[in-house]
Design a binder for this molecule. Structure first.
Ligand SMILES: CC(C)(COP(=O)(O)OP(=O)(O)OC[C@H]1O[C@@H](n2cnc3c(N)ncnc32)[C@H](O)[C@@H]1OP(=O)(O)O)[C@@H](O)C(=O)NCCC(=O)NCCS
Length: 160
């Protein structure tokens, strides 16, 4: 049974989004909470959603689309507040959004966690994502150092 629902993020969610992204276990992987909050709430090509569980916003999830026909695919990123880690909610949220993107006609979804983010990688592999390869020095941390990313992808029919 699915316990999580996704609803579009709105400006009224700003303080809760910032709170989620400011938690050290999240900002470690997401970067500057103010910049990332602005990014999630900006009107742009990305679609951002609140992850709702038992009447509370417990996380955020975002999708973006590459619409060039020959390379058409979508990507996903998410964060769950540490108070709600380990309950299966992140897994459910990715499953819902991935299914929605496949239903909208996408055949391939990518995700690019930090190579050291073993919990996120475990969740994505559980859902059927496969490791494509290491993106060397892909992302800059809050301390200014560059670290590797892991490109993962999921094809239609592989979602578990
Ligand atoms: C990654 C994240 C979204 C997962 O959401 P979640 O709701 O905590 O995940 P779930 O409860 O659905 O699943 C957690 C799984 O990771 C496993 N896990 C927990 N810690 C782990 C670790 N250190 N190494 C490997 N697996 C780990 C759990 O056992 C569980 O797997 P299982 O169901 O097979 O037992 C969430 O932890 C998060 O927001 N982290 C901080 C931000 C982040 O890393 N975002 C992803 C950026 S790409």
């Amino acid at each position: 049974m699915t316990r999580v629902t996704l609803r579009p993020l709105a400006e009224a969610d700003r303080s809760r989004v910032r709170e989620i992204l400011s938690a050290p276990e999240v900002s470690r992987w997401w970067g500057d909470p103010d910049e990332e909050t602005d990014g999630l709430l900006a009107e742009g090509e990305e679609q951002s959603y609140a992850i709702e569980y038992e009447g509370q916003t417990v996380g955020v999830i975002q999708s973006w689309e590459e619409l060039t026909p020959r390379y058409r695919h979508a990507g996903i990123d998410l964060a769950v507040h540490p108070d709600h880690h380990g309950l299966g909610l992140g897994t459910e949220a990715v499953r819902i959004l991935a299914q929605r993107l496949f239903d909208q006609g996408h055949h391939r979804i990518t995700i690019d966690p930090a190579a050291a983010n073993v919990r996120a990688i475990h969740v994505y592999e559980k859902l059927g994502f496969r490791r494509v390869g290491v993106l060397r020095d892909y992302e800059q941390g809050l301390d200014g150092t560059w670290h590797d990313g892991l490109l993962m992808d999921l094809l239609k029919g592989e979602l578990r």
